[in-house]
Design a protein around this ligand. Structure first.
Ligand code: UDP
Length: 240
């Protein structure tokens, strides 16, 4: 039975990393498409004002808590979230699994050229993985049909969508009936990490749950986006 909790209205799965990965592997062996998101506090805040985003998250098959803020909120409210499960860690594990099983991926998103480099790097790192295709994320609305057709013609096992939040969550949800893959997952800036355009925080930052702080040091202009965290926690305390 699926256990979920709600943080400011947004459903998050109550699941450990290990259980999540077992579930993900199961998804890859089913015929209907499954949707996975990894929201952080910023997205939970956005979802309160954005019905489409809230609906997309509610309709997903697995929602993992990416962001230390969600764990703090869970502690405050006694919700029992087990641990932080980041999008990039989950993607890493899935890529390794695809390598072992010879499964295929399609990478959609990022600036023109980046998804291709990311796919080349992924192919080098995860021996045995199949690259079904890639497409950049700067398209017009009228191109969307062609992009869906391209993805479906390649029949990937996993579609990674890197359009940033909340665009990727809404895009996947909006096209869920048309997409032909086993798993569609929103993974934000991961394409830039695999494409060598951005670096992951050093392990010590990762272990302490301070990746956001490392990112702030590297991209100080994000400060405005990040002030959302104290607002989020205050809202959790007040409204729950
Ligand atoms: N991006 C895209 N199309 C867009 C907007 C963004 O492909 O219309 C890409 C952008 O190039 C970046 C990724 O989405 O590679 C994620 O952006 P960001 O780091 O802001 O998202 P986050 O990881 O914070 O969700």
């Amino acid at each position: 039975m699926r256990k979920r909790v709600r943080i400011l209205g947004t459903y998050i799965d109550l699941i450990s990393k290990e259980e999540a990965f077992i579930k993900l592997r199961g998804f890859l062996n089913q015929s209907s498409m499954k949707i996975v998101y990894t929201p952080n506090p910023e997205i939970v805040m956005l979802a309160q004002e954005d019905k489409d985003l809230m609906q997309a998250i509610e309709g997903a098959d697995l929602v993992l808590p990416d962001g230390i803020g969600l764990l703090i909120a869970s502690k405050i409210k006694g919700l029992g979230l087990k641990e932080r499960i980041t999008g990039i860690d989950t993607m890493d594990k899935l890529l390794a699994y695809c390598g072992e099983e010879g499964k295929s991926i399609f990478l959609f998103g990022g600036k023109p050229g980046i998804a291709q480099i990311a796919c080349e790097n992924i192919e080098g790192k995860y021996q045995g993985i199949k690259i079904a295709g890639f497409h950049h994320g700067y398209f017009q609305e009228e191109d969307e049909k062609d992009i869906v057709t391209l993805i479906n013609s390649r029949r990937p096992d996993i579609l990674f969508v890197c359009l940033g939040a909340p665009k990727q969550e809404k895009w996947i949800y909006q096209h869920r009936e048309e997409l032909d893959c086993s798993l569609a997952m929103g993974v934000g800036g991961s394409v830039d990490i695999y494409g060598g355009k951005a670096k992951r925080a050093p392990k010590i930052f990762q272990r302490l749950g301070l990746e956001w702080f490392y990112r702030l040091l590297k991209e100080p202009w994000r400060i405005k986006r990040m002030t959302v965290l104290p607002h989020f926690l205050i809202r959790v305390i007040i409204k729950g």
